[in-house]
Every structure is written in C-alpha cells, then in structure tokens.
Design a protein around this ligand. Structure first.
Ligand SMILES: [Zn+2]
Length: 245
C-alpha cells in the first residue's frame, strides 16, 4: 500500500483509503490497479472533473470567460493584491507575496466545474457548491454580472476559509475602513447597515433561503455595488436592494 500511495503526490481522501483497504485483498489485482479504481470511483461519485475549455459547451465557455474577467477586475482586495486596500498588511519588502495568498491570486479554475442549466426551484439564479467546486448559473443569468459577482464572493470566501483566520479579519477590517467614509459621503450609514445585517434573525433568514452570507460577504457586496454603480444591495440580493433603497 505504501508503494502505491507514493505514486501520487497528493493526500488521498479517507473514503478512498477505506475503499482501498476493503478491496486490496481481491485476487488477481495489483495494489496499483485497486487504488486507481478506488480513486476513479471517488472522482465519479463526487462529480470532480477538470474544466476543459475545449470540451465545454458555448454557454459554459462564456460563463468561464466572464467569471475570470470579473475576478480580474473586481477582486483585487479578496486576492490580497499588494496595490489593493489590504496591500499595507501583505506588502513584503522584496515585492513577493506569502505562498498562502497565491491560491487567491491565481485560482486554479481548471479544477472547477462550470455549469449552465436550470434549477428545480425557478427562483434560484445561481449556486456555488464548495465540496465539488461547481458553479452553476441559469441560462437567463449568463449576462447578469451581478449574479456572477455574487457567486465569485462565495468562491473567494471558500478559498479564504482554507487559510488562517487572520487573513479574513484583515480583509473585513480593510473593507470596513474603506467603505465607511465612501458611504458616509453618499448619506449612507455603514454602521447602521451592519447592525441590521448582522442581527442573527437576518442571518438565519438568509441562510434558510440560500446559505450563509457572512458580514464579510455583505461588505464585499457593497464594495462591488459602489464600483459598478449598482443600487446598494444588488450584489447581495435577498431583498436587500429594496431594504437599502
Ligand atoms: Zn449567495
């Protein structure tokens, strides 16, 4: 088993190893064959597959291209770029970045699944499923940037959750400090908005309708609303564009 595991330079999921232990006593099969089968079964069961631009439908390719373009234009802060609002916290003397941050700066889109299709619930516009890294968007929303930007915040938060918590706190603090005066100039009170958004009744209500949307999510959605000239609450949705109108 150890020799077979050495064939791969990745840590195998526990489910694969368990299946391997169960199957490796099968007569007439080498450990390498058994392990290969266990990994294939796991990949198929979990719908993992690499995104291949040459094998995508035109709609999936369009989705992929839009997502990559929007990430490039609106996520300098969540990517911890040194010339963004978080720059002063991550800017190293030699101009390099911590290896931790590379997976936010260069997302490995090839490992994501891009899917265009309708949802069983017609009210759903898009979803991001973290365990399979699948972004699904309904066809009618392909051209709706605010929908894709919403899902991109989820994708960045998912990656951020794999990093030490201080990165998340640095980002939240930076967004608050940047947004507060900008909103004040427009006559909006960020503290009052946060007090309303962060109340547990609101958080639970949104979560039951469409998953967790953290205070960091709220701040980043407001940042994009301002950058795009949207009404406040557009990127967040869940009725918040009406609430903040
Ligand atoms: Zn969402």
């Amino acid at each position: 088993m150890d020799d077979s595991k050495k064939l791969l330079s990745v840590e195998l999921p526990a489910e694969v190893l368990l299946q391997f232990e169960v199957c490796c006593g099968m007569v007439g099969r080498t450990e390498k064959d058994v392990l290969t089968t266990c990994i294939s079964d796991f990949i198929e069961k979990n719908h993992y597959h690499e995104f291949d631009p040459f094998d995508a439908t035109p709609e999936e390719l369009e989705l992929y291209q839009q997502v990559v373009s929007l990430k490039y234009n609106y996520f300098d802060d969540m990517s911890f770029q040194t010339d963004s609002i978080v720059g002063k916290y991550v800017n190293l003397a030699d101009g390099s970045v911590y290896p931790d941050l590379e997976k936010l700066q260069n997302i490995d889109w090839e490992s994501y699944t891009f899917c265009v299709g309708e949802f069983a619930n017609p009210e759903f516009l898009a979803s991001f499923t973290p365990n399979t890294k699948t972004l699904k968007v309904s066809e009618k929303c392909l051209a709706e940037d605010y929908v894709l930007l919403h899902e991109l915040i989820h994708i960045h938060e998912h990656i951020l959750d794999t990093l030490p918590a201080y990165y998340r706190d640095i980002l939240t603090l930076s967004l608050y400090n940047d947004l507060s005066p900008k909103l004040k100039k427009r006559g909006n009170d960020l503290d009052a908005m946060l007090a309303s958004f962060c109340h547990v009744v609101n958080e639970v209500m949104i979560e039951s309708a469409g998953g967790t949307h953290s205070p960091l999510f709220f701040l980043k959605s407001l940042d994009i609303d301002l950058r795009r000239g949207y009404p406040l609450g557009r990127v967040l949705s869940y009725g918040w564009d009406e609430k903040l109108a």
